[in-house]
Design a protein around this ligand. Structure first.
Ligand code: ADP
Length: 780
């Protein structure tokens, strides 16, 4: 356009412009003048006085009529007539118009725009020849513009075609690969002639011969499952509407087997008639999996409903999504939503809060749990149940769902109660005649001082004594179960009790009882019950060491407590049995046949010790013997050493905590006897230091821990570890104590929170340090 303008201006015209009509608006394509400043000025003028499209003269007129406007000489009158105010007049006069030619640009019959040539006073006056030239020029421009337009459209069309071709290629490729799998085929049906054209694949899939020239539509009919025939005759169906997608799933009976097919197609109406075409896929595998899943679910529901337990499942967040028939039968409610909205009402008010707490704890800590509670039956009776929640996890340990069961244990509970009542009555009833037998036996012993009968009398006295103890144990257990074992507390010298208890055994034939005691201490407790504990331990030591000849009983004062130990050199106990010995009626398998007993002595002893704030632990080696330990708190405790505390470390009698700056971790070492209180206190201090220094690693050294702190296990596992995790703990190295019971307690508490924090057990401190060092090498 610049080249054209240069040819025209100023030789043929002083002003030259090409204006195009776009959507009935004028758009300037070219505006040229020798002086660029004049171009700027002209544009301003055009903005201020735009061309009036309704005007019959000037540019507007040409654009409207398509006829040229030729003004060989512009007179002052003409200028005056075409202006509306003085300012416009002044401006027009500045342009010094002398002669004007405006010619339309047309293509075929449409007006595309106009070209204006203006001659000013330095120029010349246009004549007919100039008009001819101008019109020829305009028609040229028209053709050029149209060509340019066509080119643009053609280019766009080429791009569009390329895209369509590419899409088509992709579709063809997809179709080809689908078809090459042999699991998909295509068809075209001519609904007017009822002819079907199936490709080779589809023919094979239907089990009919392949006819490239097409076959009758009903060729496939015999192959279709009778119940599905309707589906593949869509011409009978209202679903087959032009422009809508047809989809159907149907069965084909081929090679004595049922195959599932999925068809997708559409109807097209064109000059050739009604064409119905599409793709069919073999979906047998998916369908079979689906059916198997449904079957499985049916089976699961049947099983779930058949079991005599109440069962439910819930999403990982705890919202229940299924309950088995047992719930509906038990509660008398027959719909899931109502059961859900009232589920908490069925719990006994005394246990509701506790269960809600445990349940949210289980979800938060993602761990299984179980407990006993009462559940309301439809007839208004509360019955005891044992409920368990367990998490079903995927391969990565993520919880998929929770499964809960509640088992009615009312009868067991009642039986247990009846058994306890029976034991209580029976032992009372046995006690009375036994007391008489004992008295008569004592009279006989006094009357008969020598000879064979004396021996028999002594033997029967021994058996009477054993029987007496068995009955006493049975009575005690029933009392403990009913919470009726009475204690009378007083301050007494423990030394006296110890001597008294051991003296009872000094006259046995097989073992010597060696007593080693340090200074006497005052204990606050029930002296007879504590004597009973010693009695039980010493008699066990004798009983379970048939090949040995001595039992060592020691008592020493240590860390504000009295430690009493009873050591034998007998059969010993395996570690796996150790912490079960205190359960009611528990007897180690390999001893139960060889030694008589009821498995009650240690249960009663541990109950007595609990009431004395005492603790119990055992060190044992199978084949070498066992040592049973008791720790009793002293009545007059010595004042404890006040803690020494700074921002970086803490030390008291039980624990030493240090911020190890160099290694970026918390170093903790515990010392001496620990119980629930000392463990809690020390653990909370560790939490404070971990938070304060923003640490993620802990070296927890238990090497010097003594005794048994099993009553703190639950708190450590379920409360403290999660708090530590929240505070940033990621790695926990634990060095075991030498005490087996302390080891058991540590393992249990760490196992409770397994998976949350990376933990590792060690038997020596250097290996634990090395493990932590390797996780986070020392900063240089
Ligand atoms: P009982 O001795 O009547 O069976 P206890 O409650 O006193 O009941 O002991 C429970 C179990 O602990 C015993 O059956 C035995 O297996 C084991 N046990 C107790 N003391 C010893 C010991 N000193 N040595 C080995 N095993 C022992």
């Amino acid at each position: 356009m610049k080249q054209i303008s240069d040819l025209i201006v100023p030789k043929f015209a002083n002003w030259f412009s090409i204006d195009l009509l776009q959507n009935n608006k004028i758009e300037e394509l070219v505006l040229a003048h020798e002086d660029p400043e004049m171009v700027v000025w002209a544009r301003k003028y055009r903005e201020a006085y735009p061309t009036d499209m309704n005007d019959d003269s000037g540019l507007g007129g040409v654009l409207k009529s398509g006829k040229s406007n030729f003004v060989p000489v512009v007179t002052e009158d003409m200028i005056l007539a075409s202006t509306s105010n003085k300012e416009q007049l002044r401006l027009l006069e500045m342009m010094k118009l002398r002669s004007v030619l405006i010619v339309p640009i047309t293509y075929k019959t449409t007006i595309k725009g106009a070209i204006t040539f203006v001659s000013t006073d330095q120029g010349h006056f246009y004549d007919e020849k100039d008009l001819e030239f101008a019109e020829a020029f305009a028609s040229h421009i028209g053709i050029t513009l149209e060509n340019a337009h066509l080119n643009e459209a053609a280019e766009a069309e080429i791009v569009r075609r390329r895209e369509v071709e590419r899409d088509l290629r992709i579709t063809q490729f997809q179709l080809k690969s689908a078809l090459s799998s042999g699991l998909a085929g295509t068809w075209i049906s001519d609904l007017d002639t009822e002819t079907i054209f199936m490709d080779e694949n589809l023919s094979r899939m239907f089990g009919v011969p392949y006819f490239p020239e097409g076959s009758r539509q009903d060729i496939i009919k015999p192959m279709i499952h009778p119940d599905d025939l309707e589906l593949i005759q869509p011409q009978n169906h209202s679903i087959l509407v032009e422009g809508q997608i047809y989809e159907a799933e149907f069965r084909v009976l081929r090679d004595d087997a049922t195959h599932w097919f999925f068809a997708r197609g559409s109807l097209e109406l064109n000059e050739q008639g009604k064409l119905f075409a599409g793709v069919v896929m073999d979906v047998t595998l998916r369908k079979e999996a689906e059916l198997a899943l449904r079957e499985n679910e049916k089976r699961f529901r049947f099983l779930a409903d058949a079991i005599p337990h109440k069962l439910w499942t819930s999403n990982p967040d705890g919202s229940v999504n299924y309950r088995n028939q047992g719930w509906y039968d038990y509660t008398g409610i027959d719909n899931f939503d109502e059961l859900e909205s009232r589920s908490w009402d069925f719990l006994h008010p005394e246990e509701r809060e506790y269960i809600a707490m445990e349940w949210s704890k289980a979800i938060e800590q993602r761990k299984d749990m179980f407990f006993e509670h009462r559940l309301l039956r439809h007839d208004g009776e509360y019955r005891w149940h044992l409920s368990r929640f367990s998490a079903h996890r995927d391969d990565k340990g993520e919880i998929l769902l929770w499964v809960g069961t509640s088992t009615d244990i009312q009868e067991q509970k009642e039986n247990e109660q009846r058994k306890d009542e029976f034991l209580s009555i029976a032992s009372h009833e046995l006690k009375t005649p036994l007391t008489s037998i004992k008295a008569f036996n004592q009279i006989l012993a006094r009357l008969e001082t020598e000879g064979k009968t004396k021996n028999f009398i002594n033997k029967s006295a021994e058996h009477i004594f054993r029987l007496e103890r068995l009955i006493a144990d049975l009575l005690d257990v029933t009392k403990i179960n009913a919470g009726k074992l009475h204690y009378s507390f007083e301050n007494f010298s423990f030394h006296e009790v110890l001597i008294y208890a051991t003296e009872n055994f000094q006259y046995n034939d097989s073992h010597r009882i060696m007593v080693q005691t340090s200074a006497d201490v005052i204990i606050h407790g029930d002296r007879f019950r504590l004597e009973q504990v010693l009695d039980n331990l010493i008699s066990n030591a004798i009983k379970y060491s048939p090949g040995a000849d001595q039992v060592i009983v020691k008592s020493i004062k240590e860390d504000n407590g009295l430690i009493i130990s009873v050591q034998d050199f007998g059969v010993g106990i395996e570690t796996k049995d150790l912490d079960k010995l205190f359960d009611r009626y528990y007897r180690v398998d390999n001893t139960s046949m060889r030694f008589e007993g009821l498995g009650l002595g240690l249960f009663i002893s541990s109950e007595i010790l609990k009431r004395h704030q005492g603790s119990f632990w055992i060190e044992s080696k199978p084949g070498s013997g066992s040592t049973f330990f008791i720790r009793l708190p002293l009545a007059e405790a010595e004042p404890v050493r006040p803690p020494n505390k700074t921002m970086d470390s803490y030390v008291d009698d039980q624990i030493y905590i240090r911020h190890n700056k160099k290694k970026g971790r918390l170093d903790v070492s515990w010392t001496g006897f620990q119980d629930k209180d000392t463990i809690k206190k020390g653990c909370l201090l560790m939490l404070d230091y971990l938070k304060y220094h923003q640490l993620s690693m802990v070296l927890n050294d238990n090497t010097f821990v003594k005794g048994n702190w099993s009553d703190a296990v639950d708190w450590v596992g379920t409360t403290w570890f999660p708090m530590m995790e929240k505070a940033g703990l990621t790695h926990f190295a634990h060095v075991f104590s030498h005490s087996t019971f302390s080891q058991l307690a540590a393992k249990k508490s760490i196992d409770i929170m397994a998976g949350i924090i990376t933990t590792q057990y060690f038997t020596d401190l250097p290996s634990a340090k090395q493990w932590l060092d390797e996780i986070c090498p020392e900063e240089s």
